[in-house]
Design a protein around this ligand. Sequence first.
Ligand code: C5P
Length: 412
Amino acid sequence: MDGKRILLIIGGGIAAYKSLELIRLLAKDGIGARVILTKAGAEFVTPLSVSALSGDKVFQDLFNLTDEAEMGHIELSRSADLIVVAPATADLLAKAANGLANDLASTTLLATDKPVLMVPAMNVRMWEHAAVKRNVAQLVADGVHVMQPDVGPMACGEFGPGRLPEPERIAAQIRKLLAGPVGAGPLAGFRAIVTAGPTREPLDPVRFISNHSSGKQGYAIAEALSRLGADVRLVTGPTSLAIPDGVTPVKVETAVEMHDAVKAQLPADIFVAVAAVADWRPATRAQTKLKLKGAQEAGVALQLVENPDILKRIASKKKDRPRLVIGFAAETDNVEAHAKAKLLRKGCDWILANDVSGDVMGGSDNEVLLVTRKGTERWPRMAKAEVALKLADRIAEAFYDPEGAAKIGAAE
Ligand code: C5P
């Protein structure tokens, strides 16, 4: 990353000190940081410490003649590859969302033609306030990248989302954005786990029980989420499909391995269970190939035990439950009623239900219902890739829409 530069705007918040650590981490990667320190930011960190770490002068005032002579604010806004606002206070988010330009930070944000990453940090009630949600939704619609704050105890004594993410997480996001367009998008900074394909349940070293799942829908969803910028872990059973670009695969065979792999990828923001997990597995797995014992042996009883219901277990986790858990339901009749019952039984937030009485299985089209705790949407028949894009869009919308919390069942 040598030679890349960011313009870091440090807003006023108790977490401003973490931005100093961020400058240090980026420098280790050869990424330079020029800093604008807002008036409120200067209440928390001093220009001297910022300048010592960044090795550059710190810009503070819009109407400073010396600064304007050396580097005008328009030039400042264009001199970097990426603008990062950390901590992005509720005030800075509001100014940027509404195009206000009454100080150096807001003017710079308005004058830039470079990508912008906002790293919010504020009290949990402020973060959950409808006005802040509206501003964040507007910024995302304007193409600004907004990271999700961390959840945890806050300086004010409360607990919840609002903490500035750890500098290492911010630095990772910056590296990703500086690396190019892959990873940019409204889901940048979110982690998604998608399960796909069938599982194989071995009887012996050469035989197994499985199903006809192609993995197409799950792979398409992984790809669509990645295109919107999410960090996608695709936990996949055996399929003949290529792993989509930008997606991290975790290859498994059995349901138990799939369950373990999903747990190992937590925490995540989004979990989409698309895999056709075998409900049962042979109670024992022979170490050597099972042999026919003789013609008189009329039948062999196969003893099966139940596999873990991955979707249900992840949805019911007390710790590390992803904020949005989505399952699939393949039904042949009464699709909506069965899907609603499944939503409750599995404890997930959304169910994508399809009628498999036709030629959906293995085919490339799908006709689905999106069932949430708020109601049902009927989507027209479309290609599986389109279903995936539409679902990814709905997921991004749910996280950013002012009504988003209501759209995510778990947040009700
Ligand atoms: O109960 P049923 O198999 O119809 O539920 C389908 C949904 O549950 C799918 O989202 C599927 O990926 C998920 N599932 C799972 N683990 C299982 C069985 C189903 O994650 N053992």
